[in-house]
Design a protein around this ligand. Structure first.
Ligand SMILES: [Cu+2]
Length: 188
């Protein structure tokens, strides 16, 4: 009887110790999630939008003439991008500094990665789904945009660039475009 109650005590102590370890690990992970969510504005997209990858180039939002940066009536900018093996269209994104930017991107073939260095943008581009991200670039400069999901033999060469320019310069370039194609990029 005495043996039994002694081993019962040991088991209880060990169980309590492990319970504390588990609660501590969960607490650290939840704290990290809250920290990155609030501090880096990293969070999963809140809605799911679908698109047909087979007809992407034929009609709808992602036809080639609609890709690139467009100025919205409220002064914000929307950038539409298609990823395919092994490039992005456009290959060089042109955006203004100090302006809310919405990126809308999708893939026409396999899963690609969408990451803009030194920003909160980091996602996968899946065929059939539209990834939407919002950001504001504080100052003019250049950012790299590598595909960071292995997508085939040409994956390591799949890069694009993001050129952030002065807001006034950007708006002047946008105003100078013909009314039929109000889309900007740094590659013609
Ligand atoms: Cu890729």
């Amino acid at each position: 009887m005495a043996m039994n109650s002694a081993s019962h005590d040991v088991a209880e102590r060990v169980e309590k110790r492990w319970a504390i370890v588990v609660v501590a690990i969960v607490t650290v992970l939840v704290a990290m999630t809250i920290f990155t969510g609030l501090h880096w504005a990293m969070m999963p997209p809140s809605r799911v939008e679908t698109v047909r990858p087979e007809t992407l180039h034929v009609s709808g939002e992602f036809v080639e003439s609609n890709l690139g940066s467009a100025v919205e009536p409220d002064g914000s900018v929307t950038v539409r991008i298609v990823a395919q093996q092994y490039s992005f269209t456009p290959q060089c994104l042109l955006v203004p500094a100090g302006t809310p930017i919405t990126f809308r991107a999708t893939s026409s073939d396999v899963v690609h990665g969408f990451l803009i260095t030194n920003t909160n943008i980091n996602s996968m581009l899946e065929p059939g789904y539209i990834a939407t991200f919002k950001t504001t670039f504080d100052k003019p400069g250049e950012h790299l945009m590598p595909c960071h999901e292995f997508c085939g033999v040409g994956h390591q060469g799949m890069w694009a660039h993001v050129k952030v320019v002065d807001k006034a310069d950007f708006m002047q370039m946008a105003a100078g475009l013909p009314a039929t194609s109000r889309r900007l990029s740094c590659v013609k």
